[in-house]
Ligand binder design. Sequence first.
Ligand code: FDA
Length: 389
Amino acid sequence: METRTLILGAGAAGMMCAAHAGPGTLVVDHAKAPGEKIRISGGGRCNFTNLDIRFERFLGRNPHFHKSALSRYTQWDFIARVSEAGIAWHEKTLGQLFCDGSAKEIIAMLRADMERAGAQLWLSTEVKSVDHVDGRFVVTLLREGRQITCRAQNLVLATGGKSIPKMGATGLAYDIARQFGHEITETRPALVPLTFPGGRFKPLSGVATQARASCNDTSFDEALLFTHRGLSGPSILQISSYWREGDAVTLDLLPETDIAAILSEKRRSDGKKQIATELARHMPQRLVEHLAPDLGLVERLGNLSDARIAALSDALKAWAVTPGGSEGYRTAEVTLGGVATDAISSKTMESARRPGLYVIGEATDVTGWLGGYNFQWAWSSGWAAGQAI
Ligand code: FDA
Protein backbone atom coordinates (compact mmCIF):
# COMPACT_ATOMS: atom_id res chain seq x y z
CA MET A 1 0.00 0.00 0.00
CA GLU A 2 1.00 3.64 -0.51
CA THR A 3 0.54 6.53 1.89
CA ARG A 4 1.95 10.02 1.89
CA THR A 5 2.90 10.01 5.56
CA LEU A 6 3.41 7.10 7.93
CA ILE A 7 3.59 7.95 11.61
CA LEU A 8 5.01 5.29 13.92
CA GLY A 9 3.44 5.67 17.38
CA ALA A 10 -0.04 6.87 18.35
CA GLY A 11 1.05 8.57 21.56
CA ALA A 12 0.85 12.25 22.40
CA ALA A 13 3.27 13.44 19.71
CA GLY A 14 2.14 11.03 16.98
CA MET A 15 -1.55 11.91 17.35
CA MET A 16 -0.80 15.63 17.45
CA CYS A 17 1.29 15.31 14.31
CA ALA A 18 -1.42 13.30 12.53
CA ALA A 19 -4.00 15.95 13.37
CA HIS A 20 -1.92 18.50 11.46
CA ALA A 21 -0.16 16.49 8.76
CA GLY A 22 -2.98 16.65 6.24
CA PRO A 23 -4.54 13.90 4.11
CA GLY A 24 -2.78 10.69 3.29
CA THR A 25 -1.61 10.03 6.84
CA LEU A 26 -1.53 6.62 8.47
CA VAL A 27 -0.65 6.21 12.15
CA VAL A 28 0.36 2.76 13.38
CA ASP A 29 0.90 1.55 16.94
CA HIS A 30 1.50 -1.87 18.43
CA ALA A 31 -0.74 -1.06 21.40
CA LYS A 32 -4.45 -1.88 21.50
CA ALA A 33 -5.37 1.75 22.25
CA PRO A 34 -3.81 5.11 21.37
CA GLY A 35 -2.37 7.50 23.96
CA GLU A 36 -1.98 5.02 26.78
CA LYS A 37 0.46 7.26 28.64
CA ILE A 38 -1.94 10.16 28.34
CA ARG A 39 -4.62 7.94 29.89
CA ILE A 40 -2.59 7.09 32.99
CA SER A 41 -0.84 10.45 33.33
CA GLY A 42 -1.50 12.85 36.17
CA GLY A 43 -3.30 10.18 38.17
CA GLY A 44 -5.82 9.77 35.32
CA ARG A 45 -6.35 13.52 34.91
CA CYS A 46 -3.40 14.28 32.60
CA ASN A 47 -1.19 17.22 33.48
CA PHE A 48 -1.38 18.31 29.86
CA THR A 49 0.72 21.48 29.99
CA ASN A 50 2.10 24.19 32.26
CA LEU A 51 1.23 27.88 32.38
CA ASP A 52 4.88 28.71 32.94
CA ILE A 53 6.69 26.89 30.13
CA ARG A 54 10.28 28.19 30.12
CA PHE A 55 13.05 27.05 27.82
CA GLU A 56 15.47 26.41 30.69
CA ARG A 57 13.09 23.80 32.05
CA PHE A 58 14.05 21.36 29.29
CA LEU A 59 17.21 19.24 29.23
CA GLY A 60 19.12 18.10 26.18
CA ARG A 61 22.59 18.37 24.70
CA ASN A 62 21.55 21.39 22.64
CA PRO A 63 19.88 23.80 25.10
CA HIS A 64 18.34 25.81 22.24
CA PHE A 65 16.83 23.10 20.03
CA HIS A 66 13.36 23.02 21.62
CA LYS A 67 12.86 26.79 21.54
CA SER A 68 11.54 27.06 18.01
CA ALA A 69 8.69 24.53 18.26
CA LEU A 70 7.77 25.60 21.78
CA SER A 71 7.51 29.24 20.69
CA ARG A 72 5.47 28.49 17.59
CA TYR A 73 3.02 26.10 19.22
CA THR A 74 2.77 27.24 22.82
CA GLN A 75 0.93 26.14 25.94
CA TRP A 76 -1.63 28.85 25.11
CA ASP A 77 -2.36 27.18 21.77
CA PHE A 78 -2.94 23.82 23.43
CA ILE A 79 -5.01 25.37 26.23
CA ALA A 80 -7.15 27.11 23.59
CA ARG A 81 -7.71 23.80 21.78
CA VAL A 82 -8.60 21.99 25.01
CA SER A 83 -11.03 24.74 26.00
CA GLU A 84 -12.56 24.80 22.52
CA ALA A 85 -13.11 21.05 22.80
CA GLY A 86 -15.16 21.75 25.94
CA ILE A 87 -12.70 20.04 28.28
CA ALA A 88 -12.78 21.60 31.74
CA TRP A 89 -9.43 22.07 33.42
CA HIS A 90 -7.83 23.60 36.48
CA GLU A 91 -4.41 24.66 37.73
CA LYS A 92 -3.23 22.41 40.53
CA THR A 93 0.10 23.86 41.63
CA LEU A 94 3.15 25.52 40.04
CA GLY A 95 1.25 26.27 36.83
CA GLN A 96 0.38 22.60 36.23
CA LEU A 97 -2.89 22.19 34.29
CA PHE A 98 -5.04 19.08 34.73
CA CYS A 99 -8.39 17.97 33.32
CA ASP A 100 -11.24 18.38 35.81
CA GLY A 101 -12.66 15.10 34.54
CA SER A 102 -10.52 12.47 32.85
CA ALA A 103 -7.37 12.21 30.73
CA LYS A 104 -9.52 10.21 28.31
CA GLU A 105 -11.05 13.50 27.19
CA ILE A 106 -7.64 14.59 25.83
CA ILE A 107 -7.31 11.29 23.94
CA ALA A 108 -10.84 11.67 22.52
CA MET A 109 -10.03 15.23 21.43
CA LEU A 110 -6.86 14.13 19.63
CA ARG A 111 -8.66 11.19 17.98
CA ALA A 112 -11.38 13.52 16.76
CA ASP A 113 -8.77 15.96 15.44
CA MET A 114 -7.02 13.11 13.62
CA GLU A 115 -10.26 11.92 12.09
CA ARG A 116 -11.15 15.42 10.97
CA ALA A 117 -7.75 15.65 9.29
CA GLY A 118 -8.46 12.39 7.48
CA ALA A 119 -5.74 10.39 9.24
CA GLN A 120 -6.13 6.64 9.56
CA LEU A 121 -5.20 4.76 12.74
CA TRP A 122 -4.05 1.17 12.80
CA LEU A 123 -3.69 -0.32 16.26
CA SER A 124 -2.20 -3.71 17.23
CA THR A 125 0.21 -3.26 14.35
CA GLU A 126 3.85 -4.20 14.60
CA VAL A 127 6.69 -2.60 12.72
CA LYS A 128 8.89 -5.37 11.31
CA SER A 129 11.40 -3.45 9.22
CA VAL A 130 12.10 -0.06 7.70
CA ASP A 131 14.00 0.62 4.54
CA HIS A 132 14.41 3.44 2.02
CA VAL A 133 14.12 2.49 -1.64
CA ASP A 134 13.76 4.76 -4.69
CA GLY A 135 12.95 7.86 -2.65
CA ARG A 136 10.28 6.15 -0.53
CA PHE A 137 10.31 4.65 2.96
CA VAL A 138 9.36 1.00 2.75
CA VAL A 139 7.97 -0.24 6.05
CA THR A 140 6.92 -3.81 6.70
CA LEU A 141 4.01 -4.01 9.10
CA LEU A 142 2.35 -6.98 10.75
CA ARG A 143 -1.38 -6.54 11.25
CA GLU A 144 -3.94 -9.20 12.14
CA GLY A 145 -1.40 -11.87 11.21
CA ARG A 146 -0.85 -10.34 7.77
CA GLN A 147 2.36 -8.77 6.55
CA ILE A 148 1.76 -5.44 4.81
CA THR A 149 4.35 -3.42 2.92
CA CYS A 150 3.71 0.28 3.24
CA ARG A 151 5.46 2.82 1.02
CA ALA A 152 5.56 6.38 2.32
CA GLN A 153 7.05 9.68 1.28
CA ASN A 154 7.37 10.80 4.91
CA LEU A 155 8.14 8.68 7.96
CA VAL A 156 7.59 10.14 11.42
CA LEU A 157 9.25 8.50 14.42
CA ALA A 158 6.90 9.07 17.35
CA THR A 159 7.37 5.90 19.38
CA GLY A 160 8.60 7.72 22.49
CA GLY A 161 11.32 6.64 24.89
CA LYS A 162 12.09 3.56 26.94
CA SER A 163 10.16 4.36 30.10
CA ILE A 164 7.61 1.81 31.29
CA PRO A 165 8.30 -1.14 28.97
CA LYS A 166 5.24 -2.87 30.46
CA MET A 167 3.14 -0.24 28.67
CA GLY A 168 4.77 -1.02 25.36
CA ALA A 169 7.74 1.36 25.38
CA THR A 170 10.50 0.24 23.03
CA GLY A 171 13.66 1.74 21.59
CA LEU A 172 12.24 1.54 18.04
CA ALA A 173 12.69 5.24 17.24
CA TYR A 174 16.34 5.04 18.30
CA ASP A 175 16.96 1.94 16.15
CA ILE A 176 15.41 3.49 13.03
CA ALA A 177 17.13 6.84 13.59
CA ARG A 178 20.45 5.03 14.01
CA GLN A 179 19.77 3.10 10.80
CA PHE A 180 19.55 6.43 8.95
CA GLY A 181 22.79 7.74 10.43
CA HIS A 182 21.55 9.59 13.50
CA GLU A 183 23.42 9.58 16.79
CA ILE A 184 21.56 8.60 19.96
CA THR A 185 22.75 10.45 23.04
CA GLU A 186 23.10 8.53 26.30
CA THR A 187 19.62 7.50 27.45
CA ARG A 188 18.70 7.06 31.11
CA PRO A 189 15.58 6.92 33.25
CA ALA A 190 14.46 10.36 34.47
CA LEU A 191 11.68 11.73 36.65
CA VAL A 192 12.23 8.57 38.64
CA PRO A 193 12.41 7.65 42.37
CA LEU A 194 15.92 7.22 43.77
CA THR A 195 16.89 4.08 45.67
CA PHE A 196 19.24 3.61 48.62
CA PRO A 197 21.10 0.46 49.62
CA GLY A 198 20.29 -1.39 52.83
CA GLY A 199 16.73 -0.13 53.19
CA ARG A 200 18.09 3.12 54.62
CA PHE A 201 14.76 4.96 54.67
CA LYS A 202 12.50 1.96 55.22
CA PRO A 203 11.57 3.03 58.77
CA LEU A 204 10.34 6.34 57.34
CA SER A 205 8.31 4.75 54.56
CA GLY A 206 5.15 6.78 53.96
CA VAL A 207 6.44 10.00 55.55
CA ALA A 208 5.95 13.05 53.31
CA THR A 209 7.42 16.50 53.85
CA GLN A 210 8.29 19.65 51.93
CA ALA A 211 11.99 19.64 51.00
CA ARG A 212 14.49 21.30 48.74
CA ALA A 213 16.47 18.66 46.87
CA SER A 214 19.71 19.87 45.26
CA CYS A 215 22.25 18.24 42.98
CA ASN A 216 24.68 19.55 40.37
CA ASP A 217 23.73 23.23 40.84
CA THR A 218 19.99 22.60 40.50
CA SER A 219 17.35 22.65 43.26
CA PHE A 220 13.67 21.76 43.50
CA ASP A 221 11.52 22.86 46.38
CA GLU A 222 8.60 20.46 46.36
CA ALA A 223 7.18 17.50 48.30
CA LEU A 224 9.47 14.62 49.24
CA LEU A 225 8.26 11.13 50.06
CA PHE A 226 10.19 8.43 51.92
CA THR A 227 9.54 4.96 50.51
CA HIS A 228 10.62 1.49 51.54
CA ARG A 229 13.22 1.56 48.77
CA GLY A 230 14.37 5.17 48.99
CA LEU A 231 13.11 8.63 48.13
CA SER A 232 10.34 9.79 45.84
CA GLY A 233 7.89 12.70 45.50
CA PRO A 234 8.12 15.62 43.05
CA SER A 235 11.33 17.14 44.47
CA ILE A 236 13.14 13.81 44.03
CA LEU A 237 11.64 12.99 40.61
CA GLN A 238 12.75 16.42 39.43
CA ILE A 239 16.29 16.18 40.79
CA SER A 240 16.67 12.64 39.39
CA SER A 241 17.05 14.20 35.92
CA TYR A 242 20.17 16.01 37.14
CA TRP A 243 21.58 13.23 39.34
CA ARG A 244 24.32 10.86 38.16
CA GLU A 245 25.65 7.68 39.81
CA GLY A 246 27.90 8.53 42.75
CA ASP A 247 26.50 12.06 43.25
CA ALA A 248 25.07 13.06 46.60
CA VAL A 249 21.67 14.76 46.76
CA THR A 250 21.46 17.50 49.39
CA LEU A 251 18.16 17.75 51.22
CA ASP A 252 16.93 20.85 52.99
CA LEU A 253 14.19 19.44 55.21
CA LEU A 254 13.13 22.92 56.34
CA PRO A 255 13.35 24.97 53.13
CA GLU A 256 11.17 27.83 54.30
CA THR A 257 12.38 27.91 57.90
CA ASP A 258 15.36 29.60 59.54
CA ILE A 259 15.66 26.86 62.12
CA ALA A 260 18.85 28.29 63.64
CA ALA A 261 17.04 31.55 64.45
CA ILE A 262 14.06 29.65 65.86
CA LEU A 263 16.22 27.42 68.07
CA SER A 264 18.19 30.43 69.37
CA GLU A 265 14.98 32.22 70.24
CA LYS A 266 13.40 29.15 71.88
CA ARG A 267 16.59 28.47 73.87
CA ARG A 268 15.86 31.76 75.62
CA SER A 269 12.07 31.65 75.83
CA ASP A 270 11.41 27.91 76.26
CA GLY A 271 14.66 26.40 77.55
CA LYS A 272 13.07 23.39 79.25
CA LYS A 273 11.42 22.12 76.10
CA GLN A 274 13.03 19.20 74.26
CA ILE A 275 14.64 20.02 70.92
CA ALA A 276 12.61 17.21 69.32
CA THR A 277 9.33 18.73 70.54
CA GLU A 278 10.19 22.05 68.94
CA LEU A 279 11.33 20.44 65.67
CA ALA A 280 8.12 18.42 65.42
CA ARG A 281 6.30 21.75 65.07
CA HIS A 282 8.14 22.29 61.77
CA MET A 283 8.51 18.81 60.29
CA PRO A 284 6.79 15.39 60.55
CA GLN A 285 7.02 13.77 63.98
CA ARG A 286 8.19 10.43 62.55
CA LEU A 287 11.06 12.14 60.77
CA VAL A 288 12.12 13.90 63.97
CA GLU A 289 11.95 10.59 65.89
CA HIS A 290 14.09 8.93 63.22
CA LEU A 291 16.73 11.66 63.35
CA ALA A 292 16.64 12.04 67.15
CA PRO A 293 19.31 9.46 68.16
CA ASP A 294 21.88 10.66 65.60
CA LEU A 295 21.30 14.34 66.20
CA GLY A 296 20.81 14.20 70.00
CA LEU A 297 17.35 15.71 69.81
CA VAL A 298 16.22 14.47 73.23
CA GLU A 299 18.18 17.23 74.95
CA ARG A 300 16.62 20.43 76.23
CA LEU A 301 16.71 23.60 74.16
CA GLY A 302 18.33 25.47 77.05
CA ASN A 303 21.45 23.27 76.74
CA LEU A 304 22.14 24.21 73.15
CA SER A 305 25.35 26.08 72.40
CA ASP A 306 25.62 28.34 69.35
CA ALA A 307 27.87 25.74 67.73
CA ARG A 308 25.29 22.96 68.32
CA ILE A 309 22.55 25.13 66.85
CA ALA A 310 24.67 25.74 63.76
CA ALA A 311 25.45 22.02 63.48
CA LEU A 312 21.78 21.05 63.87
CA SER A 313 20.72 23.59 61.29
CA ASP A 314 23.33 22.18 58.91
CA ALA A 315 22.20 18.61 59.50
CA LEU A 316 18.57 19.49 58.76
CA LYS A 317 19.13 21.96 55.95
CA ALA A 318 22.05 20.33 54.15
CA TRP A 319 21.54 16.60 54.64
CA ALA A 320 23.70 14.90 52.02
CA VAL A 321 22.43 11.47 50.96
CA THR A 322 23.93 9.34 48.21
CA PRO A 323 21.48 7.22 46.23
CA GLY A 324 22.65 3.81 45.08
CA GLY A 325 20.54 4.03 41.93
CA SER A 326 17.05 4.69 40.65
CA GLU A 327 13.92 2.64 40.12
CA GLY A 328 14.85 2.58 36.43
CA TYR A 329 12.66 2.49 33.35
CA ARG A 330 10.09 0.38 35.21
CA THR A 331 8.67 3.52 36.83
CA ALA A 332 10.50 6.45 35.18
CA GLU A 333 8.11 9.02 33.72
CA VAL A 334 10.48 9.85 30.89
CA THR A 335 13.71 8.93 29.16
CA LEU A 336 16.49 11.47 29.32
CA GLY A 337 18.45 11.65 26.07
CA GLY A 338 17.39 10.24 22.73
CA VAL A 339 17.89 11.03 19.06
CA ALA A 340 20.58 13.73 18.98
CA THR A 341 19.11 17.00 17.77
CA ASP A 342 22.18 18.20 15.85
CA ALA A 343 20.94 16.49 12.68
CA ILE A 344 17.25 17.43 13.10
CA SER A 345 15.69 20.71 12.02
CA SER A 346 14.36 22.54 15.09
CA LYS A 347 11.75 24.17 12.86
CA THR A 348 10.32 21.13 11.11
CA MET A 349 11.76 18.19 13.11
CA GLU A 350 12.96 16.75 9.79
CA SER A 351 16.15 14.76 9.60
CA ALA A 352 19.13 16.37 7.91
CA ARG A 353 20.43 12.89 7.14
CA ARG A 354 17.35 11.54 5.36
CA PRO A 355 14.80 14.02 3.96
CA GLY A 356 11.26 12.91 4.71
CA LEU A 357 12.24 11.39 8.05
CA TYR A 358 10.94 13.22 11.13
CA VAL A 359 11.55 12.62 14.84
CA ILE A 360 9.18 14.05 17.46
CA GLY A 361 8.22 13.83 21.14
CA GLU A 362 10.11 11.90 23.76
CA ALA A 363 12.20 10.04 21.16
CA THR A 364 14.24 13.22 20.71
CA ASP A 365 16.99 14.35 23.06
CA VAL A 366 14.62 16.83 24.73
CA THR A 367 13.34 16.15 28.23
CA GLY A 368 11.16 18.46 30.27
CA TRP A 369 10.67 18.96 33.98
CA LEU A 370 7.84 17.30 35.81
CA GLY A 371 4.62 19.30 35.54
CA GLY A 372 3.22 19.16 32.01
CA TYR A 373 6.46 20.07 30.24
CA ASN A 374 6.89 16.71 28.48
CA PHE A 375 3.39 16.72 27.03
CA GLN A 376 3.90 20.29 25.84
CA TRP A 377 7.04 19.12 24.04
CA ALA A 378 5.02 16.29 22.45
CA TRP A 379 2.30 18.75 21.30
CA SER A 380 4.77 21.39 20.04
CA SER A 381 7.14 19.02 18.23
CA GLY A 382 4.21 17.00 16.81
CA TRP A 383 2.61 20.19 15.56
CA ALA A 384 5.88 21.46 14.06
CA ALA A 385 6.36 18.26 12.05
CA GLY A 386 2.67 18.13 11.08
CA GLN A 387 2.82 21.68 9.73
CA ALA A 388 5.93 20.96 7.71
CA ILE A 389 4.75 17.72 6.12
P1 FDA B 1 4.39 8.12 23.95
O1 FDA B 1 5.12 7.20 24.86
O2 FDA B 1 3.24 8.89 24.49
O3 FDA B 1 3.85 7.33 22.69
C1 FDA B 1 4.63 6.40 22.00
C2 FDA B 1 3.69 5.45 21.28
O4 FDA B 1 4.49 4.60 20.47
C3 FDA B 1 2.92 4.56 22.22
O5 FDA B 1 1.56 4.57 21.87
C4 FDA B 1 3.54 3.18 22.03
O6 FDA B 1 2.61 2.12 22.15
C5 FDA B 1 4.06 3.28 20.60
N1 FDA B 1 5.20 2.38 20.36
C6 FDA B 1 6.33 2.25 21.07
N2 FDA B 1 7.13 1.33 20.53
C7 FDA B 1 6.48 0.86 19.43
C8 FDA B 1 6.80 -0.12 18.46
N3 FDA B 1 7.95 -0.82 18.52
N4 FDA B 1 5.91 -0.36 17.47
C9 FDA B 1 4.74 0.33 17.41
N5 FDA B 1 4.39 1.27 18.29
C10 FDA B 1 5.26 1.54 19.31
N6 FDA B 1 4.10 14.17 31.02
C11 FDA B 1 3.46 15.33 31.28
O7 FDA B 1 3.75 16.34 30.65
N7 FDA B 1 2.46 15.37 32.21
C12 FDA B 1 2.09 14.28 32.94
O8 FDA B 1 1.14 14.32 33.74
C13 FDA B 1 2.80 13.06 32.72
N8 FDA B 1 2.51 11.96 33.45
C14 FDA B 1 3.14 10.77 33.18
C15 FDA B 1 2.84 9.63 33.94
C16 FDA B 1 3.46 8.44 33.65
C17 FDA B 1 3.15 7.24 34.50
C18 FDA B 1 4.39 8.37 32.59
C19 FDA B 1 5.06 7.06 32.25
C20 FDA B 1 4.71 9.48 31.86
C21 FDA B 1 4.10 10.71 32.15
N9 FDA B 1 4.42 11.87 31.43
C22 FDA B 1 3.78 13.04 31.72
C23 FDA B 1 5.38 11.84 30.31
C24 FDA B 1 4.59 11.74 28.99
O9 FDA B 1 3.67 10.66 29.08
C25 FDA B 1 5.52 11.51 27.81
O10 FDA B 1 6.56 12.44 27.81
C26 FDA B 1 4.75 11.61 26.50
O11 FDA B 1 3.73 10.63 26.48
C27 FDA B 1 5.66 11.42 25.30
O12 FDA B 1 4.88 11.40 24.13
P2 FDA B 1 5.34 10.59 22.84
O13 FDA B 1 4.21 10.66 21.92
O14 FDA B 1 6.67 11.03 22.43
O15 FDA B 1 5.51 9.10 23.39
